[in-house]
Design a protein around this ligand. Structure first.
Ligand code: GDP
Ligand code: MN
Length: 344
């Protein structure tokens, strides 16, 4: 199943991009954000930084998605900030809404119960967003011809100039998932996520690869470490999210109801999937991409990296974080061992 995650180039692309050969043409890739009209300033600031740090040189398109129509003002002002091609898209209605497997009554009760337990505990729209980013964003028609996406968000900071194309780096090194920051998740938001996941593993062993990096997220006592890749930044080979294994896993999670009854985020979902279905060598820490999203920042501290960055080397969460250390220390385990963890 692993070879099916490597990028292939069939069909034609969104924008004037091609992926053939080793010349300087763009890959079939884009910067993609789900964004609200109210976040106009934030997305302009993000695009300006992405252009400054990387994309003005390369010219990858931006794809902005919204559950409602973008206003004319929004589209005008975003287009005014960049020379790159921007695609504005609305979500298909069937991709944004209550899961068919949950009941409104139970969801209402869950929101009331969780309201004061954690951030967004009582928010319905936040749950729609997490479910969308977990199971649907890669199915948006504007992404249909892309091999890779780089997820961006309004109001984040990109600290470092890049001298190379990360999409090409992913392709040339057979990478499937790239991240910058890996914190721990709030346990109350994912109380049954691992137990739900292990049931899927036991019921669908044919989808499990011969070797995986699952030990990063699941410790030797079969407890979820809460480690996840912070998915507000992620560069991903989309054939991974489009794979039969990922889709089966998402459907299983959706049926269990935790996107609504709890507050499963797309970050832990993507991360458990990546560690369970990929090998360590397919996952890459972009240490050189200094990044800030409210909550955490990563500023590269190695002199040869920091010289390309404008950031405080004291913002070095990743050099102390438990999950980063675990990423370095843990290796792949084979399928039998992964299933043993699932059974524990
Ligand atoms: P946080 O990073 O977990 O605090 O969540 P955010 O509020 O940043 O939301 C994550 C991403 O989804 C951001 O890019 C938001 O712009 C986007 N987003 C969140 N909720 C909605 C929504 O209801 N509609 C749209 N169109 N975008 C949303
Ligand atoms: Mn955010």
């Amino acid at each position: 199943p692993i070879s099916e995650y490597s990028a292939t180039s069939t069909g034609h692309s969104t924008g004037n991009t091609t992926s053939n050969g080793d010349d300087n043409t763009l890959l079939r890739a884009a910067m993609v954000a789900l964004v609200r009209n109210s976040e106009l300033d934030g997305i302009r600031a993000t695009i300006r930084q992405v252009d400054d740090r990387f994309n003005r040189e390369f010219g990858y398109p931006y794809i902005l998605l919204n559950d409602v129509d973008f206003t004319d003002e929004f589209m005008d002002k975003v287009q005014a900030i960049t020379k790159a091609k921007i695609y504005f898209g609305k979500l298909p209605e069937s991709h944004w809404g209550l899961s068919p497997y949950v009941t409104e009554e139970k969801v209402k009760a869950a929101l009331a119960h969780n309201k004061d337990r954690y951030l967004y505990g009582g928010s319905y729209s936040y749950r729609l967003m997490c479910r969308y980013q977990s199971g649907f964003i890669h199915k948006h028609p504007l992404l249909a011809n892309l091999d890779y996406y780089w997820r961006i968000e309004p109001g984040v900071d990109y600290y470092c100039s890049l001298t190379y194309d990360p999409f090409r780096y992913m392709r040339d090194n057979n990478l499937v998932y790239g991240y910058t920051i890996a914190p721990t998740e709030k346990e109350l938001t994912v109380e049954t996520l691992w137990n739900t996941t292990r049931r899927w593993m036991i019921e669908n062993p044919e989808h499990l690869p011969e070797k995986s990096f699952i030990h990063w997220t699941i410790n030797e006592k079969s407890k979820y470490t809460m480690c996840h890749f912070w998915s507000n930044f992620e560069i991903v080979d989309l054939s991974f999210y489009r794979s039969a294994a990922y889709e089966s896993y998402f459907q299983h999670l959706d049926r269990a109801g935790g996107f609504f009854y709890e507050r499963w985020g797309d970050a832990p979902v993507h991360s458990i999937a990546a560690s369970m279905l990929l090998r360590k060598e397919q996952i890459h820490w972009f240490e050189d991409i200094g990044y800030h999203h409210p909550g955490y920042a990563h500023c590269p501290n190695k002199p040869e990296l920091h010289r390309n960055c404008i950031c405080d080397k004291g913002q070095n969460f990743m050099y102390h974080g438990m999950c980063n250390r675990r990423f370095a220390e843990v290796g792949n385990i084979n399928k039998d061992q992964a299933l043993e963890l699932a059974h524990l």
